[in-house]
Design a protein around this ligand. Sequence first.
Ligand SMILES: C[S@@+](CC[C@H](N)C(=O)[O-])C[C@H]1O[C@@H](n2cnc3c(N)ncnc32)[C@H](O)[C@@H]1O
Length: 207
Amino acid sequence: MFNDPQSIDSMLIDGAHAPTYPLIANQITEKFKIKKGTAIDVGAGPASLSVAMARITQLEIYAMDLSPEMLEIAQTSIKKEGLENRVKTRMGDVHQMPFQDEFADLVFSRGSMFFWKDLTTAFREIYRVLKPGGAGYIGGGFGSSAVRKKVKNQFKRKGSRSYKSPPKIHVDTLEIAVLEAGIDNYLLINDESGLWVLFKKQQNYTI
Ligand SMILES: C[S@@+](CC[C@H](N)C(=O)[O-])C[C@H]1O[C@@H](n2cnc3c(N)ncnc32)[C@H](O)[C@@H]1O
């Protein structure tokens, strides 16, 4: 199964995906310029994006995942990077997030939404935990076609299992879920960087 920790472990930690995270972290900070405060990484897996975000910001980040095995792996990576003070693991399901209303300045997530059972509930929860003025950057992909190619080539070169794409979500399905969740200030991206939805919990802001 694609979100089986055993398989994710080797896919996401053996370095093949490594160039993806700094690129996406840069894209998130470039877009929203949120570099301080509190952030949540939803479906953080081994916390690679949390770590990349912590390196270029002063954010306090909660790497949330529903898999205890993934959180254990995440904890090891965070410790290795010496980031325990700013990146904390938290067990939680996106459909019922263990955070109070208006908790976070930023919620980001890569590669997890494809496994969520109810996208509308998930986006409603993400929106609930965002502070007014907070932002969401949710989706999946490699950030650019160049990195995507690099990752796939590395898989081939290593002679390891060929790269498996996660299940797909149609862009219209994603947009319907976002609207049903009551998010009106959003931007959909569906290009070589992946499928992403960016939003602000703020009126009078052009995203
Ligand atoms: C493909 S991995 C992506 C991991 C990481 N974000 C990355 O890009 O390297 C998907 C992760 O989403 C987590 N996940 C799946 N459904 C979830 C849910 N309902 N709530 C929280 N995490 C979830 C899985 O346990 C898994 O760690």
